[in-house]
Design a protein around this ligand. Structure first.
Ligand code: CTP
Ligand code: MG
Length: 178
């Protein structure tokens, strides 16, 4: 259980960006409305520049709040890192999560899945794998993201995703349970 909680804590800067995108997104789409060679939208209207930027900033802010919480309650996970390594790591987690989110939409459009429709596994794991890939460029990645943590992340993320969305659906915050 301890490792599961630690994994969730470490992944919050990658989990939260899409929520910030939902809250603050809108306006010009990331693909500027352009179509790919298959005649379908490159990404679609669900991926906007404002949402992308808000998502990355949001994830970085969440990481800093976590640092404050660790210092307040006296546990050391992110706060065990020097600040420059911490900030690079959380930035790459958030940037990778939003890039993976957009990559997921790119793949969905190629399969003809319309904006907003679900694509199981892809919807829940692309952002995580790209967040891992981006974050692995940070020198601090291997210190905190051990193979065990990485594996737990891959296992629990789809479960958490489904759980949170079902709760949001039951509370009528979302129109579909995915
Ligand atoms: N959003 C945004 N910009 C982003 C990501 C998300 O503005 N880069 C906003 C959009 O309003 C989007 C909502 O957050 O509709 C939900 O995000 P998501 O579920 O990722 O997008 P979908 O609309 O489901 O589109 P897709 O099928 O492409 O995933
Ligand atoms: Mg969606």
């Amino acid at each position: 259980m301890h490792d599961v909680l630690k994994t969730i804590w470490l992944l919050l800067p990658a989990y939260t960006p899409n929520n910030f995108a939902v809250l603050f997104g809108g306006g010009t789409p990331l693909d500027f409305g352009k179509k790919f060679v298959d005649g379908k939208r490159i990404l679609g209207d669900g991926k906007t520049i404002r949402g992308f930027v808000a998502g990355v900033l949001g994830g970085v802010i969440v990481g800093h709040l976590q640092l404050l919480i660790e210092r307040t309650f006296g546990f050391r996970i992110y706060s065990s890192l020097p600040y420059d390594r911490f900030s690079l790591l959380v930035f790459l987690l958030a940037l990778g999560a939003m890039t993976g989110d957009a990559l997921g939409s790119f793949v969905k459009r190629r399969f003809g899945v319309e904006r907003g429709r679900c694509f199981p596994v892809l919807d829940q794991l692309t952002f995580l794998l790209v967040a891992y890939a981006f974050a692995s460029l940070s020198p601090a990645f291997g210190v905190l993201f051990t193979p065990k943590i990485l594996l737990i992340g891959i296992i629990i993320t789809p479960v958490l995703h489904l759980g949170v969305n079902v709760i949001a659906y039951v509370l009528k915050l979302k129109e579909v349970p995915w």
